[in-house]
Design a protein around this ligand. Structure first.
Ligand code: NAD
Ligand code: AKB
Length: 311
């Protein structure tokens, strides 16, 4: 019988989260689910069920039949794709969350993890060392849905004592699974292209600094916040989470140390406009103080891991 359900398990975060949760809590206790019919080989050793998170009854049935107590809700549409499908993105990002929060409100599950993003900030937020509490005026569909989601999480906690926990992830860098339509995806693509083609055309300007994090740190943060005691969690909207802060040029310089003939050119597209509204760096002192968060992996190690991962 599983007691943890991961929804959106076939995505960039889902695959690595399922692997880590199974390592910690046992293969039988973690049920992977996604709208995709087939489960990726990396998580195929455990149970997998096809689930459309928009289908409330199907979700309730899976929760009931598998004695699910915790849900990690990762199914969402990310920033770049969402700009091209605004209403579909809004529906998925909000209704998926409501379906899970309602189950928790009726005490069918005990705990929920739902990720927010640095996309909740906007042009009027301080761009550097962006505080936990500040002006938040996102101008993207994705950012608007994440900010609304944060407000609903806090509302369900205050009104119905729903134990929902959340992180504002920065852009995540990984090689085990491909990113799914975000603005920060270049920080994965650049390694893939460096290894395979020795050249890369970047869709962001060379000096567009954004908060980023290596996937293993993000997975650790996710499990640490879920394992923290209820009293430790003082922010019930979503915690700022900081790793490193970098721009395409920083990655280019680091990669060039390994591949002398690596070349890059810059052709900014619509994603530049999105990135321009996001912070350069994030202040995560609340996460550090409340549940002892600490980032571990810095740029040199990221570059080493990504190059060897794609080689
Ligand atoms: P992803 O796009 O890689 O994966 C999302 C998964 O959800 C996919 O496997 C997709 O098939 C699945 N899905 C889509 N619609 C579904 C539906 N109706 N029912 C069930 N599953 C469905 O995304 P990700 O990068 O893994 O992100 C997961 C979460 O983390 C999202 O909420 C995202 O906004 C958030 N986040 C991600 C990053 C990042 O850099 N990856 C940064 C900040 C926040
Ligand atoms: C995206 O670029 O959409 C995501 C995010 C930072 O939320 N990676």
């Amino acid at each position: 019988m599983s007691n943890i359900l991961v929804v959106g398990a076939c995505g960039q975060i889902g695959i690595e989260l399922v692997m880590e949760l199974r390592k910690l809590f046992g293969i039988k206790n973690v049920l992977a689910s996604d709208i995709k019919e087939h489960c990726p080989p990396a998580i195929a050793e455990g149970e997998y069920v096809q689930l459309d998170i928009m289908d409330h009854n199907a979700l309730a049935k899976i929760v009931n039949e598998n004695n699910i107590k915790q849900v990690y809700l990762l199914a969402a549409m990310l920033s770049a794709t969402a700009e091209n499908k605004p209403l579909i993105a809004w529906d998925l990002n909000m209704q998926g969350l409501f379906n899970v929060l309602e189950l928790a409100k009726h005490k069918k599950i005990d705990k929920v993890f739902w990720p927010s993003s640095i996309a909740v900030f906007g042009m009027n937020s301080p761009m550097n060392d962006t505080p936990q509490h500040t002006i938040m005026e996102p101008s993207t569909v994705y950012g608007i849905s994440k900010l609304a989601g944060e407000r609903w999480c806090e509302y369900y906690f205050k009104k119905y004592d729903v134990d929902v926990r959340s992180l504002r992830y920065p852009g995540l860098i990984s090689y085990k699974s491909a990113p799914g339509g975000g603005t920060t995806d270049y920080a994965v693509d650049i390694f893939n292209k460096a290894v395979k083609e020795k050249k890369y055309t970047c869709y962001l300007n060379k000096d567009t600094k954004l908060p980023m994090m290596y996937m293993s740190d993000a997975i650790r943060a996710t499990i640490e916040i879920m394992e923290a005691s209820k009293e430790q969690i003082k922010v019930r909207s979503s915690y700022n989470l900081a790793g490193i802060s970098l721009c395409p040029k920083d990655l280019f310089i680091e990669i060039k140390k390994k591949f002398k003939d690596f070349q890059i050119d810059y052709k900014p597209d619509f994603r530049q406009e999105i990135a321009d509204t996001w912070p350069n760096s994030i202040n995560d002192s609340a996460a550090k103080a409340d549940w002892n968060w600490k980032n571990r992996i810095e740029i040199e190690e990221i570059v080493k891991k990504m190059i060897s991962g794609f080689s």
